[in-house]
Ligand binder design. Structure first.
Ligand code: ADQ
Length: 477
């Protein structure tokens, strides 16, 4: 790669990663930006009090430029809480009954994307490679092409991509798919997502799938491929080895009184299958009575997207369920569920993962699920815990030595918990080694290098092949 790397994402990682709150993905991206001398552009996470900002706020830190925009309350409501998180997120996770589409939010989403393109354009040099991330920013590439930007632009979708019968429920599905085709490379998490995309292009858009992976539709050609995201495997394993006996981990272990720990770590989101997980745990306690008083489920689930009503609802449901299960089974000296509605640093999580006999990762749909990978990487090679993993997490395509479950099958998950608890050491080691081999091969560095190399190999478009649109005045939004 000869030019700079420009990362665009809805949220930009905190400038100070030393605080330990930056996730694995952010750390991986920061390493790439540092190597290429790059720029990270996106929403600041702040809401502007007055009129919309006219230019991004630009901060330089450790060789990286951060350019961030504040959103107006209306833009945040329509673009972020609205079309991105109440329409596209549930739709992409196959939750049609939660998918709430309206034209106003959709228009705001499009306008914010165009506005981002307008503000990003002056910061770009022709040789820069642009990497756009996730469902918030699908129209950005087309908006950049409309500004005659010929840069190589890749798009990576972190969520699942729904199959055509689900996707076509979106009233503007054809517009969205046409927008995607403005990118040079469209990256998905798994072969399943890629297949869904190709099926749409073939059967709904009358497109052509070429043998080299390129797709032609809407008069445009782009390369579509799967790039399963990884974690910083070696660093995470080292962190877990280091924190396995940290004072915080020891305090947790002491509190368990030799009981087996089952851990769940998820953003509080309905796609993560937390309600179904609590049901399965309750069923497990019913079916395997001998385990009562001998296991603890610790579910860590910090709130996310708290302004969206569906997220407030799931929070209430889980609080009720945890209370119900604890009320039903607890003994004076034992509580079956510890439910923690808060975040932890990577360090602390690494130690907790290592302590847990089971990592319980049972999303109803998930693009990849990095927690599953982090749990595996954190294990003690001499006595690894077991991952119980939903077949609907992208990670299940790679981690097929985990105990794979259907999260809708309450008894099946309950039995898998029991199987994991009674699994002999030799089998645990064997399965863990197979998973670790995969995590080492396909780590976050391999992921981002292969994505960047693929985008870099795309031809530079001196003249984008479709007409320029009129520049948009911010007041028109
Ligand atoms: P998420 O839906 O956020 O990501 P996930 O892949 O599990 O889900 O990543 C979450 C990250 O946040 C992990 O690194 C995890 O350690 C961290 N995290 C989770 N709970 C935490 C807590 N309580 N405290 C601190 N950290 C916590 C989206 C998609 C996924 C996809 C990723 C990356 O939904 O499918 O795997 O992007 O592409």
């Amino acid at each position: 790669m000869t030019g700079r790397l420009i990362v665009v994402s809805n949220r930009v990682a905190p400038v100070d990663e030393s605080k330990g709150t930056a996730g694995g993905l952010a750390i991986g991206m920061l390493a790439a930006l540092r190597a290429a001398g790059g720029l990270w552009f996106g929403w600041s996470g702040r809401i502007s009090t007055g009129a919309a900002a006219t230019s991004p706020s630009v901060v330089e830190h450790a060789g990286i430029t951060y350019a961030t925009m504040d959103l107006t309350p209306q833009d945040c409501a329509g673009y972020y809480n609205g079309h991105a998180n109440r329409t596209l997120w549930p739709l992409f996770h196959y939750r049609l009954h939660l998918t709430d589409y309206n034209r106003k939010d959709c228009a705001t989403y499009l306008n914010v994307n165009r506005w981002f393109a307008e503000k990003l354009a002056p910061l770009l040099r022709p040789t820069d490679l642009v990497w756009v991330n996730d469902y918030h920013l699908i129209p950005l590439g087309e908006a950049m092409r409309a500004r005659r930007l010929g840069n190589r632009i890749g798009f990576f979708l972190h969520t699942p991509f729904p199959s055509p019968p689900v996707l076509t429920a979106l009233p503007n599905h054809a517009q969205m798919m046409r927008q995607l085709m403005a990118y040079d490379v469209i990256g998905f998490q798994t072969a399943v997502d890629l297949r869904a995309f190709r099926d749409y292009m073939r059967f709904e858009a009358d497109g052509t799938i070429h043998t080299d992976g390129r797709v032609t539709a809407y008069g445009r050609t782009a390369l579509a491929a799967a790039f399963p995201i990884g974690i910083d495997t070696e660093d995470f394993a080292a962190l877990a080895a280091e924190t396995g006996d940290s004072p915080k981990t020891q305090r947790l272990r002491t509190s368990l009184l030799h009981r087996d720990l089952i851990i769940g770590v998820d953003r509080l989101d309905y796609s993560k299958g937390l309600v179904e997980r609590f049901c399965a745990y309750e069923r497990f306690l019913e079916l395997f009575q001998k385990r009562r008083s001998h296991v603890v489920l610790m579910q860590i689930a910090p709130s996310s997207r708290a302004e969206v009503p569906e997220y407030q609802e799931i929070r209430r449901t889980l609080e009720r369920m945890a209370g119900h299960i604890n009320g039903r089974f607890a003994e004076p000296e034992w509580v079956p569920i510890r439910y923690l509605n808060r975040s932890f640093t990577r360090r602390v999580l690494a130690g907790y993962y290592r302590t847990a006999r089971i990592g319980l990762v049972t999303p109803l749909r998930d693009g990849m699920n990095l927690v599953a990978k982090e749990y595996v990487a954190a294990q003690n090679p001499e006595d690894p815990g077991m991952l119980v993993l939903s077949q609907f997490a992208g990670a299940a395509q790679e981690l097929d030595s985990a105990l794979i479950v259907n999260p809708f099958d309450t008894e099946g998950v309950a039995e898998a918990i029991e199987q994991a608890l009674s699994m002999p050491l030799e089998e645990r080691k064997e399965r863990w080694e197979a998973m670790m081999d995969q995590l080492r091969r396909q780590d976050i560095t391999a992921w981002r290098e292969s994505f960047i190399a693929t985008v870099a190999a795309a031809p530079y478009r001196a003249e984008p092949s479709w007409p320029k649109k009129k520049p948009l005045a911010r007041s028109a939004f």
